[in-house]
Design a protein around this ligand. Structure first.
Ligand code: GLC
Length: 587
């Protein structure tokens, strides 16, 4: 359990301006939940490892490479969808929620994966996509034919008629990938709603039978033994019943652009939270002894208040996308401090923080922050309290990979047309994992893979990094090792703006060695007097590890009045001796 001491007694606005001035103490109490300091690794199955040479990753590929997860010191994994799917949105258009796509394997393969992962000590989360199914799903096929009860499983509406008699959709809603959120169906003689592609019709959560059906899907996977779910676009699941027009945002004149409207009626509806509460109850039926909480991890790109509210309704945690959405290579130490402190301060009492490095929808961390700074950012997130969420390839510093219009697969990119493809496509973040220097980077024996392999794979791959004296993977591993120290697991957190380009955190736990991470966002080597800003820092520190300068004398003692931080780099220090119990004197 994480508890915030002292912070409770001052109001939020005062607190936020306070952040900029002082080091905020966050008292992290040691935690008994199995997942409260876990590292959660996202596998993108299509691109992880192909075992049968068809150029697409599969379950056997994952089973054969679980050792990599162990070596990456992760606790659990979540997999993007592996269910049967026509693949219009790369598996997020599901045509059967309780089967495995033959592309990836069989249910038997899935059981083997689960068993092997559990034996290895890894927990497994499924990606659960409740907002929509594929238009090829049997339910939708029956809904089109108006067959009860399926006729109510989706959101159908009569259109309107414009002057002159042309038919038009019921309202102005736009789909996330662009274009109207409604498609006319001749057979049913009605429009159906799709917040994403037309091949992803929205399910109707106002219909109890559908809600029960979806609960049975959750039960199906829980009965098989999964440890929880990553829940896709939870905040899109309900729309306002009156189907009224959304107001214009004023940001663009293009009525086919998702940014055209303020999505006050299609996102973040109060009913989404109630659904989460019901699913929490269901998950808890599988945790009667309180020993094995099933995880509910929510994806909702929304504002901080609406995000935090999910904690109160039973989410294990809603993803914290702060390091993806609000920070980048140009961010200052004050920006980084703000994002960290804000999450810790706003999180309801008794909950666990989390920090997302990347995922299959976002530019890779190495491309968002630059290859060098990204390593410091990963170290930072590894050393913050709570859960770390990483995306396969982050541990070896995979950057975005060029994917041409002709090679493109992502509907978000393809819908943007040849001109807009590069800016909109998520394909560059989804290309195959770089295992070694053989054909297709060891991802597949097939030289033709579903998305192109990064052409730099001969020098940028896991094997090369494992064999090198120093590498991104080795840096990652040593910091991940430090993460297992009691101080990193449950020590108090302090955040500091040391100077214009220097940011630092400390983790302090009574009776244990303290940890200090100092990041340099600037382009010049800095010599910093850490004692100026970090109260109670010992005069001498040991260099645990650093990045940005391979000559750093690891293990040697430095004077904390002159800490050398390489350009765009980071240095981690630990105290030589046990620290005394550190009393937090915040107010
Ligand atoms: C989520 C997924 C994304 C998908 C969308 C629609 O945001 O992460 O990949 O396109 O939902 O299902």
């Amino acid at each position: 359990m994480i508890e915030r001491s002292g912070l409770r007694v001052i109001n939020m606005r005062a607190l936020l301006s306070f952040f900029m001035l002082i080091a905020v103490a966050v008292v992290v109490k040691s935690e008994e939940k199995w997942w409260s300091a876990m590292s959660l690794y996202q596998i993108y199955p299509r691109s992880f490892k192909d075992s049968n040479g068809d150029g697409i990753g599969d379950l056997k590929g994952i089973i054969d490479n679980l050792d990599h997860l162990v070596e990456s010191k992760v606790t659990a994994m979540w997999m993007s969808p592996i269910y049967p799917s026509p693949g219009v949105d790369m598996g997020y258009d599901i045509s059967n929620f309780i089967e495995i796509d033959p592309l990836f394997g069989t249910l038997e393969d899935f059981d083997i994966l689960l068993e092997k992962a559990h034996k290895t000590g890894l927990k497994v989360l499924m990606d659960f996509v409740p907002n929509h199914s594929s238009d090829q799903h049997e339910w939708f096929q029956k809904s089109v034919k108006d067959i009860p009860p399926y006729n109510n499983y989706y959101v159908w509406a009569n259109g309107t008629f414009k002057a002159g008699g042309t038919r038009a959709p019921p309202n102005n809603w736009v789909s996330v990938f662009g274009g109207p959120a409604w498609t006319w169906n001749d057979q049913r003689q009605a429009y159906y709603l799709h917040q994403f592609t037309p091949q992803q019709p929205d399910l109707n959560y106002r219909y109890e039978n559908l809600r029960d059906e979806i609960k049975n899907v959750l039960r199906f996977w829980l009965d098989r033994g999964v440890d929880g779910f990553r829940i896709d676009v939870i905040n899109h699941v309900f729309e306002i019943q009156s189907l009224q027009d959304e107001p214009l945002s004023g940001n663009t004149n293009d009525p086919n652009n998702y940014g055209y409207l303020n999505h006050i009626y299609t996102k973040d509806q109060p009913e989404c939270y109630e659904l989460v509460r019901q699913w929490r109850e269901l998950l808890d039926e599988y945790n009667k002894d309180g020993e094995h909480e099933r995880l509910m991890v929510l994806e909702a790109y929304t504002d901080i208040n609406l995000t935090m509210k999910y904690y109160k309704f039973g989410a294990s945690f809603p993803f914290n996308f702060g390091f993806i959405q609000r920070l980048n290579a140009d961010s200052s130490p004050a920006d980084v401090k703000f994002v960290i402190d804000e999450w810790m301060a706003r999180m309801p009492d008794g909950n666990t923080a989390n920090w997302v490095i990347g995922n299959h929808d976002q530019k890779r961390v190495a491309s968002r922050y630059g290859v060098e700074r990204a390593q410091g950012i990963i170290a930072l997130l590894l050393l913050l309290p709570g859960v770390l969420i990483m995306y396969n390839g982050d541990e070896i510093g995979m950057p975005n990979n060029y994917v041409s219009w002709e090679q493109g697969k992502d509907p978000q990119g393809c819908n943007a047309g040849r001109e807009g493809f590069e800016a909109a496509s998520r394909d560059p973040f989804r290309t195959p994992f770089l295992w070694d220097g053989t054909t297709s980077a060891g991802f597949s024996t097939n030289p033709n893979t579903w998305l192109p392999v990064n052409p730099d794979y001969k020098s940028l791959n896991l094997e090369v990094q494992k064999e090198a004296g120093d590498s991104q993977f080795k840096f990652y591993q040593t910091v991940a090792e430090l993460r297992s120290w009691p101080t990193a697991q449950s020590g108090d957190l302090y955040t500091y703006v040391i100077s214009d380009n220097i940011f630092a955190i400390s983790r302090i736990l009574g009776g244990q060695r303290s940890i200090y991470l100092v990041l340099n966002f600037g382009n010049e080597l800095r010599n910093e007097d850490l004692t100026r800003k970090i109260e109670n820092i010992p005069g001498e520190l040991i260099i645990y590890r650093g990045i940005g300068n391979s000559d750093l004398p690891y293990g040697s003692i430095i004077d904390s009045k002159s800490a050398q931080i390489p350009a765009r780099g980071a240095v981690i220090y630990v105290t030589p001796e046990m620290s005394r119990k550190f009393e937090v004197k915040l107010l």
